[in-house]
Design a binder for this molecule. Sequence first.
Ligand code: KE4
Length: 420
Amino acid sequence: MTHSKSEDLFRRALQIVPGGVNSPVRAFRSVGGTPPFIARGQGSHLFDVDGNEYIDYVGSWGPLLLGHRHPAILSALEHALTIGTSFGAPTEAEVELAAAICDAVPSIEMVRLVNSGTEATMSAIRVARGFTGRDLIVKFEGCYHGHVDSLLVKAGSGVATLGIADTRGVPKAFCDSTLALPYNSPDAMQEAFRAHGQRIAAVIVEPVVGNMGCVPPRPGYLEALREITARHGALLIFDEVMTGFRVAFGGAQQRFGIRPDLTTLGKVIGGGLPVGAYGGRKDIMSLVAPAGPVYQAGTLSGNPLAVAAGLAMLRYLKAHPEVYAQLESCTAELCSAAPPGITVNRVGSMFTFFFTDQPVTDYESAKRSDTARFGRFFQAMLERGVYLAPSQFEAAFVSAAHTEEDIRQTIAAARQAFSA
Ligand code: KE4
């Protein structure tokens, strides 16, 4: 493969864009090399500006559950363009998308659309503090909830990848009300509530972690979170920005049978366009302005183009539940190809190959992975036309567009890459 056009573009970008990218993980810092600049996507494949073709296991970091340029999404967007791009006023489609979300996720009785997962989590913790009158928020080491000041504490994703323990620019005071605990540790949770129970406004958790790499909840863990938060009058916030409509139509809360008080969504519900959402119990969400005193707003919230794509995505998934069984079996087959010495974590169509032979159940164990070996594996796969998530601390994704041939080619490339 040649990458000269990407290299030229990256040199230009590096002069005028921080790190040459609009989101850190895209810079390939932890895996080395020049990130391919993408010319177009189609189905399960990406094509870069040098004409190289890849089987895509990033899918824009989760939104493209149906792959690139799905006809249902494209035709919805083409229609939306005939009526305009943005009004800053309510539209019928926003009511339809809110209804589709509430219909799919029973714990969401009322929902507010925003423009990103970060806005969703920032708003959810604000309304949780407003509802409980308490300040303390509990999160988990290695979990990432967007670049919210107070949640960039021992965060995962790009922060984990870049090894930024606690990012610069966030005043210490902003983090004083954030308690970061180890994931999958009921004892740590018990201890935190014993010490601070009456001050805790909410626990925010990725019910299946994607941002330290894929890490499933231990059996009983989510139930323990649900029980202890309810017992102390704290809210349970499921950050389903990644898992929502991904690990099941009703998200991780459907898959694991837990009813959180609030849920945040993003990625899939935008069908590839910028949409986030937060919602949950009506008595909590009724506090959000203008219905109540917790302020949150957004110029482009509920944007007609983004809502059209998201609504088309959700309607397609509701009409085609077989997609989830297909995603399950396709991803299971792919993950079965991992050699001994590699720990594979998978939930539904999100997965991670950890370069460690030990189980990965939390951030400490994830960090024991050999990130240098992962980087070499990543590059070997990229050169063989397989585009994995460019970080050991990220989940990769299979879409409904991936074919048997894609999986066969990927397994063959992995066999060569592992032996290399
Ligand atoms: P955004 O603000 O990036 O839309 O969403 C933030 C967010 C919130 N919660 C969870 C569970 C998330 O996974 C994310 C964003 N995920 C990363 C991938 N690990 C987005 C990729 C990136 O940062 O470029």
